[in-house]
Design a binder for this molecule. Sequence first.
Ligand code: 6PG
Length: 469
Amino acid sequence: ATAEIGLIGLGTMGGNLALNIAENGFSIAVFNRTTDKTDQFMAKAGPLAEKLVPAKTLEDFIKAIKSPRAIILMVPAGEAVDAQIEALRPLLDPQDLIIDAGNANYHDTNRRDEEAAAKGPRFMGIGVSGGEEGARFGPSIMAGGPADAWTQVGHILEAISAKHEGTPCAAHLGAAGAGHLVKTVHNGIEYADMQMIAEVYGVMRDGLGMTSAEIGSVFETWNGGILQSYLIEISGKVANTADPDTGKPMLDIILDTAGQKGTGRWTAIEGLMLGTPASAIEAAVAARNMSARIAERKEGEAVFGAAPVALDKAAIATSVLESALVAGKIVCYAQGFGLILEAAKQYGWAMPLPEIAKIWRNGCIIRSAMLNDMASALAEDPARNLMLAPFFADKLKETHGALRQVVALGALNGLAVPALSSALSYFDIMRTGRSTANMLQGQRDFFGAHGFERTDKDGKGYHGPWAMG
Ligand code: 6PG
Protein backbone atom coordinates (compact mmCIF):
# COMPACT_ATOMS: atom_id res chain seq x y z
CA ALA A 1 0.00 0.00 0.00
CA THR A 2 1.33 3.40 -0.98
CA ALA A 3 -1.54 5.87 -0.76
CA GLU A 4 -1.79 8.12 2.31
CA ILE A 5 -5.53 8.56 1.89
CA GLY A 6 -8.37 7.38 -0.37
CA LEU A 7 -11.39 9.05 -1.98
CA ILE A 8 -14.60 7.51 -3.29
CA GLY A 9 -16.83 9.44 -5.71
CA LEU A 10 -15.22 11.17 -8.66
CA GLY A 11 -18.00 13.64 -9.50
CA THR A 12 -16.99 17.28 -9.92
CA MET A 13 -16.49 17.93 -6.21
CA GLY A 14 -14.81 14.58 -5.45
CA GLY A 15 -12.54 14.74 -8.51
CA ASN A 16 -11.43 18.28 -7.67
CA LEU A 17 -10.81 17.40 -4.03
CA ALA A 18 -8.66 14.41 -5.12
CA LEU A 19 -6.60 16.64 -7.44
CA ASN A 20 -6.19 19.19 -4.64
CA ILE A 21 -4.93 16.45 -2.28
CA ALA A 22 -2.53 15.17 -4.96
CA GLU A 23 -1.25 18.66 -5.70
CA ASN A 24 -0.44 19.12 -2.03
CA GLY A 25 1.92 16.17 -2.25
CA PHE A 26 -0.21 13.38 -0.74
CA SER A 27 -0.61 10.20 -2.71
CA ILE A 28 -4.27 9.30 -2.96
CA ALA A 29 -6.19 6.21 -4.05
CA VAL A 30 -9.36 6.97 -6.02
CA PHE A 31 -12.41 4.88 -6.74
CA ASN A 32 -15.70 5.43 -8.51
CA ARG A 33 -18.68 3.09 -8.77
CA THR A 34 -18.53 3.35 -12.56
CA THR A 35 -15.02 2.64 -13.84
CA ASP A 36 -15.48 4.87 -16.92
CA LYS A 37 -15.47 7.91 -14.70
CA THR A 38 -12.21 6.83 -13.07
CA ASP A 39 -10.62 6.41 -16.52
CA GLN A 40 -11.84 9.82 -17.67
CA PHE A 41 -10.61 11.39 -14.43
CA MET A 42 -7.16 9.85 -14.79
CA ALA A 43 -6.93 10.87 -18.46
CA LYS A 44 -7.41 14.51 -17.45
CA ALA A 45 -5.17 14.47 -14.36
CA GLY A 46 -1.98 15.46 -16.23
CA PRO A 47 1.21 15.41 -14.14
CA LEU A 48 -0.82 14.92 -10.94
CA ALA A 49 -1.52 11.37 -12.14
CA GLU A 50 1.71 10.19 -10.49
CA LYS A 51 0.21 10.95 -7.05
CA LEU A 52 -3.07 9.20 -7.92
CA VAL A 53 -3.70 5.48 -7.50
CA PRO A 54 -6.81 4.54 -9.50
CA ALA A 55 -8.61 1.36 -8.42
CA LYS A 56 -11.18 -0.65 -10.33
CA THR A 57 -12.59 -2.57 -7.39
CA LEU A 58 -13.31 -1.59 -3.81
CA GLU A 59 -10.93 -4.34 -2.65
CA ASP A 60 -8.03 -3.00 -4.74
CA PHE A 61 -8.83 0.50 -3.56
CA ILE A 62 -8.61 -0.54 0.08
CA LYS A 63 -5.39 -2.48 -0.50
CA ALA A 64 -3.81 0.62 -2.02
CA ILE A 65 -4.22 2.71 1.17
CA LYS A 66 -1.75 2.65 4.08
CA SER A 67 -3.09 1.45 7.43
CA PRO A 68 -4.78 2.85 9.46
CA ARG A 69 -6.72 3.94 6.40
CA ALA A 70 -8.53 7.22 5.89
CA ILE A 71 -11.21 7.25 3.19
CA ILE A 72 -13.09 10.35 2.06
CA LEU A 73 -16.60 9.83 0.69
CA MET A 74 -17.82 12.39 -1.81
CA VAL A 75 -21.06 10.76 -2.85
CA PRO A 76 -24.57 12.31 -2.87
CA ALA A 77 -25.82 13.01 0.66
CA GLY A 78 -28.37 10.56 2.06
CA GLU A 79 -28.79 6.88 1.26
CA ALA A 80 -25.73 6.69 -0.99
CA VAL A 81 -23.53 7.49 2.04
CA ASP A 82 -25.10 4.71 4.15
CA ALA A 83 -24.82 2.26 1.25
CA GLN A 84 -21.15 3.12 0.79
CA ILE A 85 -20.41 2.74 4.50
CA GLU A 86 -22.15 -0.66 4.53
CA ALA A 87 -20.09 -1.77 1.52
CA LEU A 88 -16.85 -0.65 3.18
CA ARG A 89 -17.49 -1.90 6.73
CA PRO A 90 -16.70 -5.61 6.19
CA LEU A 91 -13.56 -4.72 4.24
CA LEU A 92 -12.05 -2.28 6.73
CA ASP A 93 -10.30 -2.61 10.09
CA PRO A 94 -11.94 -1.06 13.18
CA GLN A 95 -9.20 1.60 13.45
CA ASP A 96 -9.72 2.76 9.84
CA LEU A 97 -11.52 6.04 9.29
CA ILE A 98 -14.39 6.96 6.95
CA ILE A 99 -14.83 10.69 6.30
CA ASP A 100 -18.13 11.90 4.83
CA ALA A 101 -17.36 15.14 2.99
CA GLY A 102 -20.81 15.65 1.46
CA ASN A 103 -23.55 18.07 2.55
CA ALA A 104 -24.98 15.62 5.11
CA ASN A 105 -27.81 16.40 7.47
CA TYR A 106 -26.01 16.50 10.83
CA HIS A 107 -28.63 14.23 12.40
CA ASP A 108 -27.49 11.55 9.92
CA THR A 109 -23.89 12.26 10.91
CA ASN A 110 -24.81 11.85 14.59
CA ARG A 111 -26.42 8.51 13.78
CA ARG A 112 -23.47 7.33 11.69
CA ASP A 113 -21.14 8.38 14.52
CA GLU A 114 -23.08 6.16 16.93
CA GLU A 115 -23.11 3.27 14.47
CA ALA A 116 -19.37 3.66 13.99
CA ALA A 117 -18.81 3.55 17.76
CA ALA A 118 -20.82 0.32 17.94
CA LYS A 119 -19.64 -1.46 14.80
CA GLY A 120 -16.51 0.39 13.54
CA PRO A 121 -14.72 1.63 11.54
CA ARG A 122 -14.22 5.18 12.90
CA PHE A 123 -16.27 7.94 11.33
CA MET A 124 -15.97 11.67 10.77
CA GLY A 125 -18.26 14.21 9.04
CA ILE A 126 -16.74 17.24 7.36
CA GLY A 127 -18.49 20.19 5.74
CA VAL A 128 -16.66 21.38 2.64
CA SER A 129 -17.54 24.76 1.19
CA GLY A 130 -16.35 26.68 -1.83
CA GLY A 131 -18.00 24.99 -4.77
CA GLU A 132 -15.95 23.37 -7.54
CA GLU A 133 -13.16 25.90 -7.45
CA GLY A 134 -12.84 25.67 -3.68
CA ALA A 135 -12.61 21.89 -3.83
CA ARG A 136 -9.82 22.13 -6.40
CA PHE A 137 -7.79 25.04 -5.01
CA GLY A 138 -8.75 25.40 -1.34
CA PRO A 139 -12.11 25.00 0.38
CA SER A 140 -13.16 25.91 3.89
CA ILE A 141 -13.38 22.69 5.92
CA MET A 142 -15.60 22.29 8.99
CA ALA A 143 -14.80 19.01 10.73
CA GLY A 144 -16.74 17.04 13.31
CA GLY A 145 -15.95 13.67 14.86
CA PRO A 146 -13.61 12.03 17.35
CA ALA A 147 -10.49 14.03 18.22
CA ASP A 148 -8.21 11.15 17.19
CA ALA A 149 -9.70 11.26 13.68
CA TRP A 150 -8.60 14.89 13.41
CA THR A 151 -5.16 13.93 14.71
CA GLN A 152 -4.92 11.39 11.88
CA VAL A 153 -6.04 13.56 8.94
CA GLY A 154 -6.06 17.17 10.20
CA HIS A 155 -2.69 17.91 8.57
CA ILE A 156 -3.98 16.80 5.16
CA LEU A 157 -7.23 18.77 5.51
CA GLU A 158 -5.33 21.87 6.63
CA ALA A 159 -2.91 21.53 3.73
CA ILE A 160 -5.66 21.36 1.10
CA SER A 161 -7.81 24.09 2.66
CA ALA A 162 -7.93 27.76 1.70
CA LYS A 163 -5.65 30.06 3.70
CA HIS A 164 -6.35 33.44 5.22
CA GLU A 165 -3.02 35.25 5.57
CA GLY A 166 -1.36 31.87 5.95
CA THR A 167 -3.85 30.44 8.47
CA PRO A 168 -5.65 27.31 7.23
CA CYS A 169 -9.43 27.59 6.84
CA ALA A 170 -9.96 24.14 8.33
CA ALA A 171 -10.69 23.17 11.92
CA HIS A 172 -12.07 20.48 14.16
CA LEU A 173 -15.19 21.95 15.75
CA GLY A 174 -16.54 19.20 17.97
CA ALA A 175 -17.71 15.60 18.08
CA ALA A 176 -20.10 13.72 15.76
CA GLY A 177 -22.26 16.03 13.60
CA ALA A 178 -20.64 19.32 14.74
CA GLY A 179 -18.92 19.92 11.39
CA HIS A 180 -22.01 19.21 9.32
CA LEU A 181 -24.17 21.38 11.58
CA VAL A 182 -21.76 24.27 11.06
CA LYS A 183 -21.79 23.65 7.28
CA THR A 184 -25.59 23.67 7.36
CA VAL A 185 -25.63 27.00 9.20
CA HIS A 186 -23.04 28.29 6.72
CA ASN A 187 -25.49 27.45 3.96
CA GLY A 188 -28.40 29.02 5.85
CA ILE A 189 -26.39 32.24 6.15
CA GLU A 190 -25.50 31.85 2.46
CA TYR A 191 -29.24 31.73 1.64
CA ALA A 192 -29.98 34.87 3.70
CA ASP A 193 -26.98 36.78 2.39
CA MET A 194 -27.93 35.93 -1.22
CA GLN A 195 -31.60 36.78 -0.64
CA MET A 196 -30.82 40.17 0.90
CA ILE A 197 -28.56 41.01 -2.05
CA ALA A 198 -31.37 39.93 -4.40
CA GLU A 199 -33.79 42.18 -2.48
CA VAL A 200 -31.68 45.33 -2.89
CA TYR A 201 -31.18 44.34 -6.54
CA GLY A 202 -34.99 44.33 -6.75
CA VAL A 203 -35.25 47.81 -5.24
CA MET A 204 -32.71 49.07 -7.78
CA ARG A 205 -34.32 47.25 -10.73
CA ASP A 206 -38.03 47.69 -10.02
CA GLY A 207 -37.99 50.73 -7.75
CA LEU A 208 -35.28 52.89 -9.24
CA GLY A 209 -35.50 51.53 -12.79
CA MET A 210 -31.76 50.89 -13.02
CA THR A 211 -30.24 48.72 -15.75
CA SER A 212 -28.29 45.55 -14.99
CA ALA A 213 -25.04 47.27 -15.87
CA GLU A 214 -25.82 50.19 -13.55
CA ILE A 215 -26.62 47.75 -10.76
CA GLY A 216 -23.45 45.80 -11.55
CA SER A 217 -21.31 48.87 -11.02
CA VAL A 218 -23.04 49.61 -7.69
CA PHE A 219 -22.11 46.08 -6.51
CA GLU A 220 -18.56 46.62 -7.74
CA THR A 221 -18.32 49.79 -5.68
CA TRP A 222 -19.74 48.06 -2.61
CA ASN A 223 -17.18 45.31 -2.98
CA GLY A 224 -14.50 47.89 -2.24
CA GLY A 225 -16.10 48.75 1.12
CA ILE A 226 -17.45 47.20 4.28
CA LEU A 227 -19.57 44.69 2.30
CA GLN A 228 -16.50 43.25 0.55
CA SER A 229 -17.38 39.60 0.01
CA TYR A 230 -17.45 36.83 -2.54
CA LEU A 231 -21.24 37.03 -2.88
CA ILE A 232 -21.23 40.81 -3.57
CA GLU A 233 -18.35 40.31 -6.00
CA ILE A 234 -20.12 37.60 -8.02
CA SER A 235 -23.43 39.51 -7.89
CA GLY A 236 -21.61 42.37 -9.65
CA LYS A 237 -20.19 39.97 -12.20
CA VAL A 238 -23.57 38.34 -12.83
CA ALA A 239 -25.20 41.77 -13.28
CA ASN A 240 -22.46 42.89 -15.68
CA THR A 241 -22.59 39.83 -17.93
CA ALA A 242 -24.42 39.77 -21.27
CA ASP A 243 -26.02 36.69 -22.80
CA PRO A 244 -23.77 35.63 -25.71
CA ASP A 245 -26.81 34.53 -27.79
CA THR A 246 -28.99 37.61 -27.50
CA GLY A 247 -26.66 40.31 -26.22
CA LYS A 248 -29.19 41.05 -23.46
CA PRO A 249 -28.11 41.19 -19.81
CA MET A 250 -27.91 37.64 -18.42
CA LEU A 251 -30.14 38.72 -15.52
CA ASP A 252 -32.93 39.51 -17.98
CA ILE A 253 -32.62 36.02 -19.45
CA ILE A 254 -32.39 33.93 -16.27
CA LEU A 255 -35.80 32.70 -15.08
CA ASP A 256 -36.75 34.07 -11.66
CA THR A 257 -37.36 30.78 -9.88
CA ALA A 258 -34.67 29.57 -7.47
CA GLY A 259 -33.68 25.97 -6.78
CA GLN A 260 -32.49 24.53 -3.49
CA LYS A 261 -31.03 21.29 -2.31
CA GLY A 262 -32.15 21.54 1.30
CA THR A 263 -29.40 22.83 3.56
CA GLY A 264 -30.96 26.29 3.98
CA ARG A 265 -34.23 24.64 4.92
CA TRP A 266 -32.43 22.43 7.46
CA THR A 267 -31.00 25.55 9.11
CA ALA A 268 -34.47 27.06 9.46
CA ILE A 269 -35.81 23.76 10.83
CA GLU A 270 -32.94 23.50 13.33
CA GLY A 271 -33.57 27.07 14.46
CA LEU A 272 -37.18 26.16 15.18
CA MET A 273 -36.29 22.84 16.84
CA LEU A 274 -33.57 24.33 19.04
CA GLY A 275 -35.78 27.30 19.93
CA THR A 276 -33.27 29.84 18.68
CA PRO A 277 -34.30 32.59 16.24
CA ALA A 278 -33.13 32.10 12.65
CA SER A 279 -35.88 34.27 11.20
CA ALA A 280 -33.85 36.02 8.47
CA ILE A 281 -32.72 32.60 7.24
CA GLU A 282 -36.30 31.28 7.41
CA ALA A 283 -37.43 34.27 5.34
CA ALA A 284 -34.78 33.49 2.74
CA VAL A 285 -35.88 29.86 2.49
CA ALA A 286 -39.53 30.92 2.23
CA ALA A 287 -38.60 33.42 -0.49
CA ARG A 288 -37.03 30.60 -2.55
CA ASN A 289 -40.20 28.55 -2.05
CA MET A 290 -42.31 31.49 -3.23
CA SER A 291 -40.02 32.08 -6.19
CA ALA A 292 -40.76 28.54 -7.36
CA ARG A 293 -44.53 29.30 -7.54
CA ILE A 294 -44.14 31.22 -10.74
CA ALA A 295 -47.59 30.54 -12.23
CA GLU A 296 -49.28 31.48 -8.98
CA ARG A 297 -47.28 34.72 -8.81
CA LYS A 298 -48.28 35.64 -12.35
CA GLU A 299 -51.91 35.01 -11.44
CA GLY A 300 -51.44 37.21 -8.37
CA GLU A 301 -50.05 39.98 -10.55
CA ALA A 302 -53.06 39.72 -12.87
CA VAL A 303 -55.50 39.92 -9.94
CA PHE A 304 -53.82 42.56 -7.77
CA GLY A 305 -51.78 44.47 -10.34
CA ALA A 306 -48.00 44.73 -10.46
CA ALA A 307 -46.28 46.63 -7.70
CA PRO A 308 -45.87 50.27 -8.73
CA VAL A 309 -42.48 50.75 -10.31
CA ALA A 310 -40.73 53.91 -11.48
CA LEU A 311 -40.04 55.58 -8.18
CA ASP A 312 -38.16 58.81 -8.28
CA LYS A 313 -34.47 58.01 -8.67
CA ALA A 314 -33.92 60.15 -5.62
CA ALA A 315 -36.36 58.00 -3.59
CA ILE A 316 -33.41 56.24 -2.01
CA ALA A 317 -29.65 56.54 -2.42
CA THR A 318 -27.67 53.41 -3.18
CA SER A 319 -25.55 54.20 -0.10
CA VAL A 320 -28.72 53.66 1.98
CA LEU A 321 -29.19 50.26 0.33
CA GLU A 322 -25.57 49.45 1.18
CA SER A 323 -26.11 50.36 4.85
CA ALA A 324 -29.32 48.32 4.95
CA LEU A 325 -27.39 45.31 3.71
CA VAL A 326 -24.75 45.84 6.40
CA ALA A 327 -27.44 45.83 9.11
CA GLY A 328 -29.20 42.80 7.59
CA LYS A 329 -25.94 40.93 7.32
CA ILE A 330 -25.02 41.51 10.98
CA VAL A 331 -28.45 40.23 12.04
CA CYS A 332 -28.27 37.09 9.94
CA TYR A 333 -24.80 36.21 11.28
CA ALA A 334 -25.95 36.93 14.85
CA GLN A 335 -28.74 34.41 14.25
CA GLY A 336 -26.42 31.85 12.63
CA PHE A 337 -23.84 31.99 15.42
CA GLY A 338 -26.66 31.93 17.98
CA LEU A 339 -27.92 28.70 16.43
CA ILE A 340 -24.48 27.10 16.53
CA LEU A 341 -24.12 28.11 20.19
CA GLU A 342 -27.45 26.51 21.04
CA ALA A 343 -26.54 23.27 19.22
CA ALA A 344 -23.21 23.24 21.08
CA LYS A 345 -25.07 23.40 24.41
CA GLN A 346 -27.58 20.77 23.37
CA TYR A 347 -24.99 18.24 22.21
CA GLY A 348 -22.04 19.20 24.42
CA TRP A 349 -19.92 20.08 21.38
CA ALA A 350 -16.87 22.33 21.60
CA MET A 351 -17.89 24.69 18.78
CA PRO A 352 -15.24 27.41 19.12
CA LEU A 353 -17.18 30.30 17.56
CA PRO A 354 -14.17 32.58 16.84
CA GLU A 355 -12.51 29.64 15.08
CA ILE A 356 -15.63 29.12 12.96
CA ALA A 357 -15.60 32.80 11.91
CA LYS A 358 -11.91 32.41 11.07
CA ILE A 359 -12.29 29.34 8.86
CA TRP A 360 -15.07 31.14 6.95
CA ARG A 361 -12.74 34.02 6.06
CA ASN A 362 -11.58 32.28 2.91
CA GLY A 363 -12.47 29.37 0.66
CA CYS A 364 -16.20 29.26 1.41
CA ILE A 365 -19.14 30.88 -0.33
CA ILE A 366 -19.85 33.34 2.51
CA ARG A 367 -16.26 34.57 2.80
CA SER A 368 -16.18 38.28 3.51
CA ALA A 369 -14.12 41.02 5.10
CA MET A 370 -16.62 41.32 7.93
CA LEU A 371 -15.83 37.81 9.19
CA ASN A 372 -12.49 39.04 10.44
CA ASP A 373 -14.26 41.51 12.75
CA MET A 374 -16.71 38.78 13.72
CA ALA A 375 -13.84 36.51 14.75
CA SER A 376 -12.48 39.30 17.01
CA ALA A 377 -15.91 40.06 18.47
CA LEU A 378 -16.61 36.38 19.18
CA ALA A 379 -13.18 35.96 20.75
CA GLU A 380 -14.08 38.69 23.28
CA ASP A 381 -17.23 36.83 24.34
CA PRO A 382 -18.51 33.88 22.32
CA ALA A 383 -21.75 33.59 24.30
CA ARG A 384 -22.86 37.19 23.67
CA ASN A 385 -25.23 38.00 20.80
CA LEU A 386 -22.96 39.25 18.00
CA MET A 387 -25.25 42.26 17.64
CA LEU A 388 -24.18 43.41 21.13
CA ALA A 389 -20.43 43.21 20.56
CA PRO A 390 -19.29 46.87 20.68
CA PHE A 391 -17.95 46.88 17.10
CA PHE A 392 -21.18 45.50 15.64
CA ALA A 393 -23.42 47.44 18.02
CA ASP A 394 -21.81 50.63 16.66
CA LYS A 395 -22.31 49.43 13.09
CA LEU A 396 -25.97 48.68 13.80
CA LYS A 397 -26.46 52.08 15.42
CA GLU A 398 -25.13 53.60 12.18
CA THR A 399 -27.15 51.43 9.80
CA HIS A 400 -30.46 50.30 11.29
CA GLY A 401 -32.06 53.57 10.17
CA ALA A 402 -31.14 52.69 6.59
CA LEU A 403 -32.58 49.20 6.99
CA ARG A 404 -35.78 50.82 8.27
CA GLN A 405 -35.87 53.16 5.24
CA VAL A 406 -35.47 50.32 2.75
CA VAL A 407 -38.09 48.13 4.46
CA ALA A 408 -40.51 51.08 4.68
CA LEU A 409 -39.94 51.98 1.03
CA GLY A 410 -40.59 48.37 0.09
CA ALA A 411 -43.73 48.18 2.20
CA LEU A 412 -45.18 51.41 0.84
CA ASN A 413 -44.45 50.56 -2.78
CA GLY A 414 -45.14 46.85 -2.89
CA LEU A 415 -41.51 45.82 -3.38
CA ALA A 416 -40.98 42.57 -1.49
CA VAL A 417 -37.99 42.63 0.88
CA PRO A 418 -38.78 39.64 3.13
CA ALA A 419 -35.32 38.84 4.52
CA LEU A 420 -34.50 42.49 5.19
CA SER A 421 -37.91 42.96 6.86
CA SER A 422 -37.34 39.90 8.96
CA ALA A 423 -33.90 41.13 9.98
CA LEU A 424 -35.40 44.47 11.00
CA SER A 425 -38.11 42.77 13.07
CA TYR A 426 -35.46 40.72 14.85
CA PHE A 427 -33.45 43.86 15.58
CA ASP A 428 -36.51 45.66 16.90
CA ILE A 429 -37.62 42.76 19.07
CA MET A 430 -34.14 42.24 20.47
CA ARG A 431 -33.91 45.89 21.48
CA THR A 432 -37.31 45.88 23.19
CA GLY A 433 -36.84 45.33 26.90
CA ARG A 434 -40.56 45.00 27.50
CA SER A 435 -42.16 42.81 24.85
CA THR A 436 -45.83 42.01 24.27
CA ALA A 437 -45.58 38.39 25.41
CA ASN A 438 -47.40 39.35 28.63
CA MET A 439 -50.52 39.35 26.43
CA LEU A 440 -49.68 35.83 25.17
CA GLN A 441 -49.26 34.64 28.76
CA GLY A 442 -52.58 36.25 29.72
CA GLN A 443 -54.29 34.48 26.81
CA ARG A 444 -52.66 31.14 27.68
CA ASP A 445 -53.70 31.43 31.27
CA PHE A 446 -57.23 32.49 30.33
CA PHE A 447 -57.98 29.54 28.04
CA GLY A 448 -55.77 26.87 29.54
CA ALA A 449 -54.79 27.91 33.08
CA HIS A 450 -51.14 27.66 31.96
CA GLY A 451 -49.99 30.09 34.65
CA PHE A 452 -47.63 33.05 34.41
CA GLU A 453 -44.86 34.79 36.32
CA ARG A 454 -45.50 38.24 37.84
CA THR A 455 -43.40 41.36 37.48
CA ASP A 456 -43.91 42.20 41.18
CA LYS A 457 -43.45 38.82 42.92
CA ASP A 458 -41.14 35.82 42.63
CA GLY A 459 -42.27 32.38 41.57
CA LYS A 460 -44.31 30.76 38.82
CA GLY A 461 -47.84 29.49 38.39
CA TYR A 462 -49.82 32.66 39.09
CA HIS A 463 -53.30 32.91 37.58
CA GLY A 464 -55.51 35.83 36.58
CA PRO A 465 -58.90 36.52 38.15
CA TRP A 466 -60.79 35.20 35.12
CA ALA A 467 -63.55 32.68 35.55
CA MET A 468 -63.26 29.42 33.60
CA GLY A 469 -65.62 28.79 30.70
C1 6PG B 1 -20.81 25.68 -0.64
C2 6PG B 1 -22.22 25.70 -1.11
C3 6PG B 1 -22.59 24.38 -1.70
C4 6PG B 1 -23.89 24.41 -2.47
C5 6PG B 1 -25.08 24.06 -1.62
C6 6PG B 1 -26.24 25.00 -1.61
O1 6PG B 1 -20.64 26.00 0.53
O2 6PG B 1 -19.92 25.39 -1.43
O3 6PG B 1 -23.09 26.00 -0.05
O4 6PG B 1 -22.55 23.43 -0.69
O5 6PG B 1 -24.01 25.52 -3.21
O6 6PG B 1 -25.44 22.81 -2.07
O7 6PG B 1 -26.97 24.81 -2.74
P1 6PG B 1 -28.52 25.03 -2.96
O8 6PG B 1 -28.67 26.49 -3.22
O9 6PG B 1 -28.78 24.19 -4.17
O10 6PG B 1 -29.30 24.56 -1.77
